[in-house]
Design a protein around this ligand. Structure first.
Ligand SMILES: Nc1nc2c(ncn2[C@@H]2O[C@H](COP(=O)(O)OP(=O)(O)OP(=O)(O)O)[C@@H](O)[C@H]2O)c(=O)[nH]1
Ligand SMILES: [Mg+2]
Ligand SMILES: [Zn+2]
Length: 351
């Protein structure tokens, strides 16, 4: 097969480059990961593969192992082995739940992160801000999706609240995930070569939307509990699917906990940082200090109390996670000082 043919084939699974890496190894994309191994697609066929031994070494950062969305080089065999993960153009990750700090990859090589929230009891702007913070450094564009438009009469009001809270320019779409006409506007994110990952709580409607975009009931869906709109964790594995529109979509299981990794910038709240710069005292605690610009903004309604609270919560969590990450990196270096300061945006020092 010529290089052009191989590229053409890989395009259908989201390959973007105009050239292939040097070498003769076969390329494919990771579409699913199971306990027993990986599922790959090379644009023609779906097949199983095992990771090469070096990926199984203890102490290896889990982020270096093949993940859903990765393009990989294969060594022939039965089954073939994943020899190498090609450089990623974007990575969406979170800190894994639990005591030990661990970065967990949600998806790689994606162009859009579709943050899906139900307009039912799932609706929660603070959680959307958390998702957007995680997306900031991923290299992918965030898109906010609100599902279940068909069951909510006051959707316009919720939408307006959200628009005023999120940075201007954040794309927001309210949809009925069961209706092909309603989701058609999302095709702009799912053109040939595009890859998108769907994230959101269990029951938000990720698999329902995936099925509508696919045009078939490929993914299992589950009812939500009536009293709190929570889902039942119907989807248990991430799956990368090729859509009729030519793009690739990764459906994911609803995540119970969504911890920051400590590497976020919280650019979403840059306006609050700017506000805090205007306080009379550089070390203002934004409580009852005279000349506090934050309190003034809270008093005159310029800054909503809810958004301020969420900012403080995410900022503290980010700081805590950054300290844990720093300690871990120091241990890995054997106590030597960092080569690259774990810097955050300037202005932080004043607080
Ligand atoms: N009315 C309405 N119901 C929807 C919509 N989207 C999803 N649902 C319903 O919401 C429930 C949950 O949908 P799923 O697609 O299984 O949710 P999920 O996000 O994939 O959940 P997990 O796989 O558990 O993470 C199902 O009963 C769907 O029929 C929508 O836009 N409108
Ligand atoms: Mg699902
Ligand atoms: Zn202040």
């Amino acid at each position: 097969m010529t290089e052009a043919e191989t590229i053409e084939r890989l395009r259908s699974v989201g390959w973007r480059g105009d050239a292939l890496p040097a070498g003769q190894l076969r390329l494919a994309r990771v579409v699913a990961q199971h306990r027993a191994g990986y599922e790959l697609h090379d644009g023609v066929a779906l097949f199983g593969a095992q990771p090469a031994g070096h990926f199984l070494k203890r102490g290896l950062d889990p982020a270096e192992r093949p993940a859903v969305g990765d393009f990989v080089e294969l060594e022939p065999g039965n089954p073939p082995h994943i020899a190498k993960v090609l450089p990623r153009r974007s990575v969406l990750s979170r800190a894994a739940a639990g005591e030990r700090y661990e970065r967990q990859i949600i998806a790689t090589n994606i162009d859009y992160v579709l943050v899906l929230t139900g307009l039912d009891g799932d609706f929660n702007p603070a959680r959307i801000e958390r998702y957007l913070s995680l997306t900031e450094d991923s290299g992918a564009q965030p898109v906010v999706l609100l599902s279940k438009l068909d069951i909510r009469d006051d959707a316009d009001a919720l939408l307006a609240t959200l628009r005023s809270r999120l940075p201007a320019g954040t794309p927001i779409h309210a949809i009925n995930g069961k209706d092909p006409a309603s989701v058609a506007e999302l095709s702009r994110y799912l053109q040939p070569g595009d890859s998108a990952v769907l994230v959101g709580s269990s029951g938000a409607g990720k698999s329902t939307l995936t099925n509508t975009l696919l045009g078939t009931q490929r993914m299992a869906t589950g009812e939500v509990r009536a009293h709190d709109s929570r889902g039942r964790h119907t989807t248990t594995h991430r799956a990368l699917l090729q859509l009729p529109s030519g793009g690739c979509l990764i459906d994911t299981p609803g995540m119970r906990e969504l911890k920051l990794t400590g590497e976020e910038n919280l650019d979403l709240f840059a306006d609050i940082d700017e506000l805090a710069q205007r306080c009379r005292f550089a070390d203002c605690g934004h409580g009852s200090e005279p000349g506090c610009a934050v309190q003034a903004a809270l008093d005159n309604g310029e800054l909503s109390a809810e958004r301020w609270r969420n900012y403080l919560k995410l900022r503290d969590e980010r700081e805590e996670q950054a300290a844990t990450l720093e300690a871990r990196l120091r241990r890995q270096r054997g106590g030597r000082p960092p080569t690259k300061p774990h810097g955050h945006r300037g202005g932080r020092e004043r607080e």
